[in-house]
Design a binder for this molecule. Structure first.
Ligand code: UTP
Length: 291
């Protein structure tokens, strides 16, 4: 089996973000900041660390601020230069010319449909998918660690994390087979199974390395759970035809699609940020002491 190098990543950012309304009425969820970086910046940094060369954003209406974020901001930069301010703070927002492509998902028909919208740019290559509202923090980053695993086993590698049994109905869940270190074989996948019916409590937290065949399956994929075209259903059809593994990430995961998870991420990262950690710790202690 030849294992093709992973070069491309898809960032589906066309969701409506209804759990964050009204904050997400005119601002994409992926532009919400954790401390001083928008969520999408964390995902892009993780992709670049993993050696990804082409970034494909699947956008929708109201998402132009994502395009602007990764572009040159002429007025801002000129004014900053004139005032003698360093542009270093913007360096992560500079992507290599030609390294980024945007495609529109005209209607939010589901994650599977969003990924399928990128089929022509992905072409006949393996590709990664990042759900930027899942913030993965670790050294090495989640995708870099997944790529190292992928280079050994090939096929499809998704991230897998254990959640409490009562939460399986929120996620795509794995039916696990043999385990080998951080890798577990995937025998089946179910989208949002009700508590008590789930094959395990291992969910997929928004990081995937998939083979291009999944695009052919998505082409004719009907609606699944929640009336949406589900990526999980298409991935499930690849099991048995290609190697399929879940990789257990040793770092931290924050579900920033959810208000509590998002605030948790801000608290945790603020307490590690050299500029503000001390102030925040003191403020937090005072707040918690009040009860
Ligand atoms: P979510 O299930 O979190 O949905 O999508 P959402 O619309 O973003 O947020 P809520 O639930 O209404 O608050 C998971 C990921 O899939 C993308 C989203 O942008 C998010 O990254 N997505 C979802 C699309 O790109 N298109 C879709 O049609 C659905």
């Amino acid at each position: 089996m030849t294992i093709k190098t992973l070069r491309k990543a898809v960032f589906p950012v066309a969701g409506l973000g209804t759990r964050f309304l009204p904050a997400t009425k005119a601002t994409p969820k992926e532009m919400l900041p954790v401390v001083d970086r928008p969520l999408i910046q964390y995902a892009v940094d993780e992709a670049i660390e993993a050696g990804i060369e082409q970034l494909i954003f699947v956008t929708g209406r109201n998402k132009s601020s994502i395009e602007d974020h990764f572009d040159i901001a002429f007025e801002l930069e000129t004014t900053m230069k004139e005032r003698g301010k360093s542009l270093e703070v913007l360096s992560q927002t500079r992507l290599k010319p030609g390294a980024v492509a945007y495609v529109r998902q005209q209607e939010p028909l589901g994650l599977g449909h969003a990924v399928w919208c990128a089929r022509d740019i992905v072409g006949d290559e393996p590709f990664a998918i990042f759900l930027a509202d899942e913030l993965m923090i670790g050294k090495p980053g989640c995708m870099k660690a997944m790529v190292e695993a992928y280079e050994k086993v090939g096929g499809n590698v998704v991230c897998g994390l254990e959640v409490p049994d009562s939460e399986t109905d929120k996620y795509g869940i794995i039916d696990p087979g043999a385990r080998d270190g951080a890798l577990v074989e995937v025998k089946g996948l179910v989208e949002k199974p009700k508590a008590g019916t789930a094959p395990s409590n291992i969910m997929i937290p928004g990081r995937y390395i998939l083979q291009p065949e999944v695009m052919r399956i998505l082409e004719t994929q009907g609606k699944g759970a929640g009336g949406e075209i589900q990526l999980t259903d298409a991935m499930a059809q690849m099991i048995g035809k290609q190697p399929f593994h879940a990789f257990t990430f040793a770092g931290k995961r924050y579900d920033c699609g959810d208000k509590a998870g998002y605030i948790h991420a801000n608290m945790a990262l603020a307490l590690e940020h050299p500029e503000i950690a001390d102030k925040l710790r003191a403020a937090g202690e005072a707040l918690f002491a009040k009860g």
